[in-house]
Design a protein around this ligand. Structure first.
Ligand code: IMP
Ligand code: MG
Length: 241
């Protein structure tokens, strides 16, 4: 004899009641954060404040100068973007394409707020290496596994600086004739883009400073920080010498 189990519905389990406030959210402009407006701008962030945010921060606490965007701000915005994407792509067959390596953290979080069947693919392109300024040179290190002809493709990128990487990728992907191609970016630096870009989903605008965390690296480190922050100048000096 099988006991009958009272299983919660899929909706209750995955997206508990009360969380679907998509009517009210996701339509406002992306948050623009400057150094003066950031939540902890009144005093320079203390080491202890930074170290309480997450266990992963401890390893890096001597390297971090400031928290520019908190974990909570990121999560709130990613949820909004996920809801907008869910509405915009309802009934369509969406393929998320992540630009490695930086986008992998955002893609994991974002995708869990998209209430649609999804497929995933990744591209890897050459980036700065250990330096902090764009070279403008873009090389495809790993191409897509899937054909994108006729697909609805949403490119997920960590940060747009000069815009050269994204511009190259968009041109490249357009030649493959997707039925639609849009961009979702975590960060866009203001006033430094060298090419015009149409970013449909953008979480935050930031000043043109070098940032790490939430997928973004300096010399392959700092990707596992739960926030976006800046590094102490000594970190760069050490790397240059
Ligand atoms: P762009 O071609 O100048 O727009 O640079 C885009 C790529 O450079 C991003 O996908 C990142 O990999 C890297 N990048 C640009 N700015 C930063 C930053 O502030 N921190 C870490 N990586 C960055
Ligand atoms: Mg990148």
């Amino acid at each position: 004899m099988f006991a009958s189990l009272a299983l919660p519905s899929v909706d209750e389990t995955l997206w508990p009641a009360g969380e679907d406030d998509s009517e009210d959210r996701g339509r406002e402009d992306p948050v623009a954060i400057s150094f003066d407006e950031r939540p902890d701008a009144a005093s320079s962030p203390s080491r202890s404040a930074v170290s309480t945010l997450s266990a992963s921060v401890g390893a890096y606490q001597n390297d971090i100068e400031s928290v520019l965007i908190t974990h909570e701000q990121i999560q709130g915005k990613i949820e909004e973007l996920g809801q907008r994407i869910s509405e915009d792509y309802a009934g369509r067959d969406l393929l998320l394409v992540g630009v490695l390596k930086g986008a992998f953290v955002m893609m994991a979080d974002l995708s869990r707020h998209v209430r649609l069947p999804l497929e995933f693919d990744f591209m890897a392109v050459s980036s700065y290496g250990a330096a902090t300024h764009t070279s403008g040179v873009v090389r495809i290190l790993k191409d897509l596994d899937h054909e994108i002809h006729g697909r609805d493709v949403l490119l997920v990128e960590d940060i747009i600086d000069s815009g050269l990487t994204l511009s190259y990728l968009m041109k490249n992907l357009r030649t493959r004739k997707p039925s639609s191609l849009e961009v979702c970016a975590l960060l866009q630096k203001t006033g430094v883009q060298q090419v015009p870009l149409d970013i449909k989903y953008r979480a935050f605008e930031i000043p043109p400073v070098f940032v790490v965390g939430y997928g973004l690296d300096y010399g392959e480190r700092f990707r596992n920080l739960p926030f976006v922050g800046t590094l102490r100048p000594e970190v760069y000096r050490d790397a240059v010498s």
